[in-house]
Ligand binder design. Sequence first.
Ligand SMILES: Cc1cc2nc3c(=O)[nH]c(=O)nc-3n(C[C@H](O)[C@H](O)[C@H](O)COP(=O)(O)OP(=O)(O)OC[C@H]3O[C@@H](n4cnc5c(N)ncnc54)[C@H](O)[C@@H]3O)c2cc1C
Length: 328
Amino acid sequence: MTSSATATAVTPYRAYVTRVTGIRRLSPHFIRFTLWAEDLHLFDPGGMDQRIKLFLPRPDGTVPDVGFGREPQPSMMEWYQQWRLLDEAERNPIRTYTVRDIRPADCEIDVDFVVHGTEGPASAWALGASAGDELIVIGPDVRAEQAGGGIEWNPGTAREVLLAGDETAAPAICGILEGLAASDEAKVFFGETYIEVPTSEDILDVRAPSGVVVRWLPRDGAPLGEMLGHAVRDWGRRRRIIFEARRAAWAPGLTPVGAPAGSSGYEELSPDEQLWEVAEPDGFREYAWLAGEAGAITGLRRHLVKEIGLSRKQVSFMGYWKKGRASA
Ligand SMILES: Cc1cc2nc3c(=O)[nH]c(=O)nc-3n(C[C@H](O)[C@H](O)[C@H](O)COP(=O)(O)OP(=O)(O)OC[C@H]3O[C@@H](n4cnc5c(N)ncnc54)[C@H](O)[C@@H]3O)c2cc1C
């Protein structure tokens, strides 16, 4: 690459300095923010479970200068390094969210916040924000050569899908379902979706492909993760028989459920389970996407792999938050 090409290269993620133009209380625990910035027409419209970073203000409402005002903008590595070098008191909170909707023509995006009190800076910001407030969103730039980062939804060849998550994953799951429903392939996907939410009033509207059943699971006082656990285990019990039949009927040209030919179909999890792993389901027929509270999600992933016989390559699991621990 020439030095002039390097100088003009577009970094995959751009800092959009947005203004709040809309605030909608969707339900007791969800607030939708519409954010506007002149350059949001550059936001990659890929959607699905596209993650973003929120560069939240410090308690005094300011943010440190890490070079976002420069063009071309600093790479994620550059600004993050600069942010890390700040004194702890100077640093502002950064949190990871999902872009719920992208309207490049209107230079707008929507972000749905789960509000869980004022202990966490992101939730506190959402509860206190007003129209006109500034929020820096770090999101994908459609002009970048390596566009498409930050989307974990990747069914590969699989067409039977299981999506499961808690309220923090609701924006991502709804984004995926609506992305699938709008795609040319909408009719080929089938499967089940479970979204656990705090109360029955938190059930939201979502468009899904006709073959994908969506079930909202209001906790209404039940422990976090319990209802989701029952639903995924029940799915596993029902589908296991079919998976085994498919495996038995395996013939050249078809990939057996759970593992490519030649493998046992069972894969042990390492004892030090990670909180995030993205599947590579090419060659498989089924794909599970799980996200939410880390403890709950890792338990479900373990169940699908160890007891239902899915391969680790078929199960993406993402710990979106951890009970009792602030996100770094
Ligand atoms: C890829 C990705 C996408 C995400 N998308 C979204 C999204 O679109 N919308 C969304 O609301 N969240 C989303 N999350 C989750 C969000 O980043 C976390 O909930 C985050 O901890 C919130 O930051 P905070 O500053 O409010 O709380 P923190 O400062 O991180 O945590 C403070 C305390 O609150 C607890 N806590 C954190 N989140 C919750 C919660 N939801 N309910 C109850 N207690 C909680 C923590 O355990 C901790 O004890 C996403 C996370 C990831 C990794």
